[in-house]
Design a protein around this ligand. Sequence first.
Ligand SMILES: Cc1cc2nc3c(=O)[nH]c(=O)nc-3n(C[C@H](O)[C@H](O)[C@H](O)COP(=O)(O)OP(=O)(O)OC[C@H]3O[C@@H](n4cnc5c(N)ncnc54)[C@H](O)[C@@H]3O)c2cc1C
Length: 427
Amino acid sequence: MNPRSLNESVYWISQASLKQSQTANPFPKKADVAVIGSGYTGMVAAIQLRKAGSDVCVLEKDNLGQGASSRNGGMVLTGLSIGLRKILNKFGRERLGRYYQESVLSIDRVEELVKEGDIDCDFNRCGHLEAAYKPSHYNGLCEEQEFLGRELNHETRLISPDDQQEEIDSQFYCGALLDPLSAGIQPAKYMSGLIRLANQIGVRLFDRTEARSISRHGNSFALTTSQGELRADTIVIASNGYTSGVTPWHRRRVVPVESFMIATEPLASNLRQTLIPKGRMIFDTKRFLYYFRMSPEGDRLLFGARPKHPGKSVAGKAEDMRREMVSVFPQLKAVGIEYAWGGNVGFTSNYLPLVGGGDGIYYALGYCGHGIAMASYFGFELAGMIRGKPSDSIFLENQPSSIPFYHGYPWFLPLVHQWFRFLDRLN
Ligand SMILES: Cc1cc2nc3c(=O)[nH]c(=O)nc-3n(C[C@H](O)[C@H](O)[C@H](O)COP(=O)(O)OP(=O)(O)OC[C@H]3O[C@@H](n4cnc5c(N)ncnc54)[C@H](O)[C@@H]3O)c2cc1C
């Protein structure tokens, strides 16, 4: 890889017009609702609340929409981060059905938003493949297919190792399971469309505005921000993997874990056509999984994973990631990497999102890498709850607990990583 050709920036953002600032000064003294965080969760909640007549301010400490929501893999997936069989064992059949239905409904929500808002973001129900890292994992996928059909009446298709070539031009995997319901999206274009919609209907957007403290005053709240004080009757916490000490209760329940992505230079036409000929979203069965896809234009491969050495420079991590990509696709050995970037995924103790609220403070965060659809979905749910319509989401019933001895510094992550990598080698 020629380091001079590497852009240490997000490929998706280079293709989308994510405006830096939409804010009309001066900073207000009062709003009905103050939303902390301008990703999918915060922006969808803000749009729905504004549509219902509330005066809404969105506060974003960085550039609008440039947290995980414009840095992700663009895979809008069925299911949850926690395995469905674990849900069955823990919560029983009835609840499994409800969890699964909401995961499917959340993709419909994204589709509706895209259609209604006329958002040009390459939303496409292309399906996803879960690729087996080991032969024993393929047996697991066979059981998974049977389980999905029996318990959830959901049809998926097994791709045997012999037929794999028609889906992915790699010998790295041992078969796969295809779920046709999942979709692909250009995440920064989706984000940009949400910002446009919010702006059009009069949501007040403040980038480079950090919420620094929250205090209750009777029935309302005073937020100290980097632009001054704001009074609000209701607060929405939508800070996900970027949650800070401003909301210590949430920070103790959501751990930021870096995920890293690279995008190749434009590929030669034979590679464009053969790597992933049907344009699926793909991730594998490892604990430290790889995820990859073609760009919506079909001209580049985008490849992501947890970085092997999180302390390295962006260029160092990109080189490590390029090697991992070449282990899957040796035919890309001579292909350059043009973009590399990382972002924070918010993880919780039980791999389910932290969602809830009442008494003026509402929150949804910690989607455990499965958040494009879920964040959009919970943006709707939070808006409904704030307007007095209780949510009947099953997710509110089993909330993650705080993580023991965790107050913002994830000291345990290196140990967890070593353990997971060991398990990946073992089985
Ligand atoms: C590299 C990567 C790949 C991923 N791939 C996928 C995928 O393929 N499919 C999938 O479903 N999910 C994926 N995810 C997860 C998905 O992107 C997230 O779950 C989703 O974007 C969460 O949206 P959000 O609005 O809750 O949070 P974010 O988009 O992270 O937004 C939170 C915002 O809050 C702001 N903020 C925090 N604190 C404050 C404060 N005090 N004041 C003001 N602003 C504040 C932050 O600056 C940030 O912009 C991926 C994530 C990453 C990082």
